[in-house]
Design a binder for this molecule. Structure first.
Ligand code: FAD
Length: 431
């Protein structure tokens, strides 16, 4: 039987074309091999990444990607907005930096509705039409409760609906321009830990390559393992996790300069639905459901929501996006000896809106600056790296904590109230 190393597999489908008995199928992004496989091995040579081998005959798989150094000042795990911003800042500060990304294409698949405010984004990067799908200056809030429907509109302020596939890649390129080394399709598989101190990462497949670092920054998103490996408790309570589903709908008629929000416990229990324009006749149409309140999968709520809105139902889905959003308080500790967590890995998402892009970038900057000071001082202990925690807590962390308290105070049963909608509108505007 042919074995697939999924960490290496690039889901190109080349192997399928060579199989004489049709035993291999490319199921979305995974080749699946069934029992009719004859062990002929014809598919092995067709794999550009050496991901296939015959059971019991482990073939020479070859190197994966370009050579890494044995040691860096900083290793950043994850090239999302948090990781790329941290890597860029650390490199600007003169540190040697390795930025690891497990996916072969940065920013894909997208797990985001892609809305950001201009004021929060501008300190990090000049707006560029390559990664902006729509510029918005209005927001509409519709509250639906039973037969009652109430709509409020707010104008002013500037925001963007991004094209994250391009945006995330441009952020990573900026990190490289600043001097960081980027390695794609290179996952961190664990941490090097000595006497409780994080000393680096283990990357690659089964054999694993050890890369030492003075500081490891965990920017590995909602699915973060770095925190857990480092002994930080990042487990989310079910009530603080949102299950989200979204279609990019084409062929719809909406105001391309307005973001629409729908608050309704029937449509999206514990969460809300959104329609964010993506250019002429297109929008990200999605919703999030609080995980402990979901009687059905989020995708099911989404299709019902769209079916109930004739102006959306006339469109066709072009992509399906799914994802989990942490709407929790950050863990008690974001640092340990030699390691910091940032972005979704540190649960630094707005608990009311689920927005996390610019928070992740801010945390990336703070973490890189704290790491640089710690390395310069020759002290990368948790006590020294706590500068980052303190700076976060005194700035954006304070806002997150306030919004978490408001989320708790206005439980799902109170979300149709005018007070909540006002609070939500303020949070959606990024204040
Ligand atoms: C449906 C949905 C809608 C959203 N809408 C919005 C919105 O409109 N506005 C907004 O501001 N926020 C939104 N968010 C949240 C936003 O997407 C995140 O907060 C943001 O992407 C966090 O950035 P990050 O860099 O921390 O994590 P990510 O963007 O998730 O990046 C983490 C990276 O780490 C990589 N990685 C993971 N593990 C490893 C490993 N072991 N080794 C190497 N690499 C690894 C991943 O492949 C990934 O590229 C939404 C989220 C969802 C799910």
């Amino acid at each position: 039987m042919v074995i697939v190393d999924f960490q290496r597999c690039g889901y190109c489908g080349g192997c399928v074309s060579l199989c004489p008995v049709g035993a291999i199928e490319l199921v979305e992004t995974r080749p699946v091999i069934d029992q009719t496989c004859m062990d002929c091995g014809l598919c092995l040579g067709a794999c550009p990444l050496g991901a296939l081998s015959l059971e019991g005959q482990e073939a020479e798989r070859g190197r994966q990607g370009l050579a890494l150094r044995r040691r860096y000042d900083v290793v950043v795990v994850g090239a999302g907005p948090a990781g790329s911003t941290a890597a860029r800042r650390a490199a600007e500060l003169g540190l040697s930096v390795l930025l690891l990304e497990k996916r072969q294409e940065i920013g894909s698949p997208v797990r985001c509705a892609e809305g950001v405010g201009h004021e929060l984004l501008a300190p990090f990067i000049e707006p560029d039409e390559r990664w902006i799908s729509a510029t918005v200056d209005k927001a509409q809030f519709t509250v639906m409760s039973g037969d009652k429907v109430e709509t409020k509109r707010a104008e002013g302020g500037r925001g963007y609906v991004l094209e994250r596939r391009v945006f995330d890649r441009v952020l990573a390129e900026k990190a490289v321009e600043a001097g960081a080394q980027l390695a794609v399709k290179t996952a961190a598989r664990g941490l090097l830990i000595e006497d409780g101190v994080v000393r680096g990462v283990i990357v690659g497949g089964q054999s694993g390559v050890e890369v030492e670092a003075s500081v490891v920054i965990g920017a590995d998103g909602v699915e973060s393992r770095v925190g857990m490996w480092a002994g930080l408790d990042t487990t989310l309570p079910q009530k603080d996790a949102m299950a989200c589903a979204q279609f990019l709908l084409a062929g719809i008629d909406i105001d391309p300069t307005c973001c629409y929000y729908y608050i309704s416990q029937e449509l999206a229990p514990g969460g809300y639905a959104w329609v964010f324009p993506k250019g002429a006749g297109k929008a990200n149409v999605g919703l999030g459901v609080q995980a402990d309140m979901a009687a059905r999968p989020a995708l099911d709520y989404l299709t019902r929501f769209i079916e109930g809105q004739p102006h959306l139902a006339q469109g066709s889905p072009v992509t399906l996006v799914v994802g989990g959003v942490p709407v929790a308080l950050p863990p008690a500790r974001l640092v340990t000896d030699g390691c910091l967590l940032i972005g979704d890995a540190a649960r630094q998402v707005d608990p009311l809106t689920g927005g996390g892009i610019t928070n992740a970038m801010t945390a990336g900057q703070y973490a890189a600056e704290a790491a640089a000071r710690a390395i310069e001082a020759g002290d990368t202990s948790a006590a020294k790296l706590a500068e980052y925690e303190e700076r976060w807590a005194a700035t954006l962390g304070r806002k997150m904590a306030r919004n978490y308290r408001l989320k708790e105070r206005f439980g799902p049963a109170r979300r149709a109230s005018r007070d909540f909608v006002r609070i939500f509108a303020v949070a959606a505007a990024g204040a």
